[in-house]
Write a protein of this length. Sequence first.
Length: 211
Amino acid sequence: MAEDSPAEEGVLAEMDVSVYLGNLLGVFLIATIFSYLWKDNRIYRFAASTYIGFSVAHGMILQYEFLKKGLFSDLAAGKLISIVPLLLGLMCFTSLSRGYRWLNRYALALMLGTSLGLDLRGRAGTVVINLLATMKPLNNLNNIVIIVCAITPMVYFLFSAKNRISIQIGRIGRYAMMVAFGATFANVGLTRLSYLMGAILNILRAFGLAS
């Protein structure tokens, strides 16, 4: 069995040190974030500001790489149509100026309208599929529950024609939405709990208490 060379052993040692320091940094940040459960403090604000700063910096780097590989490459290749998104992006910065702030409205209106149209085109098929999936025969309890939970919430938001019957049906829809929101919140809570378990495992690994 071949032994590792001194250079390889040095690289592995540096990797072990970097992993250990990374775990310690992670433990420190986790502890500072959890300190908010006690009360708001400067350490928590430092950790939160650090997280936000790194997130913004990472996002800016990703955006720069996207522009370099997409917009700037197209302009260098002679695709003059790429000037349009460049101008729209620059118009968004006019919101910083009182005199030219009105230009920002046209850029946002065009971008939001285009995004909304593309999103609706993509969601149209999903909406139709969901509607067809809701139209089930009333031959078992599951289908009845699906239809009731699909119709009664819409009646709850029907404000133009309120009467005693619609109010009672809307109350059922309110209960149906409460159940749906509760299930969604429980799902989110379980997801965050798994993140917490991973953070605790990292703390244990940092101190050699877990493999």
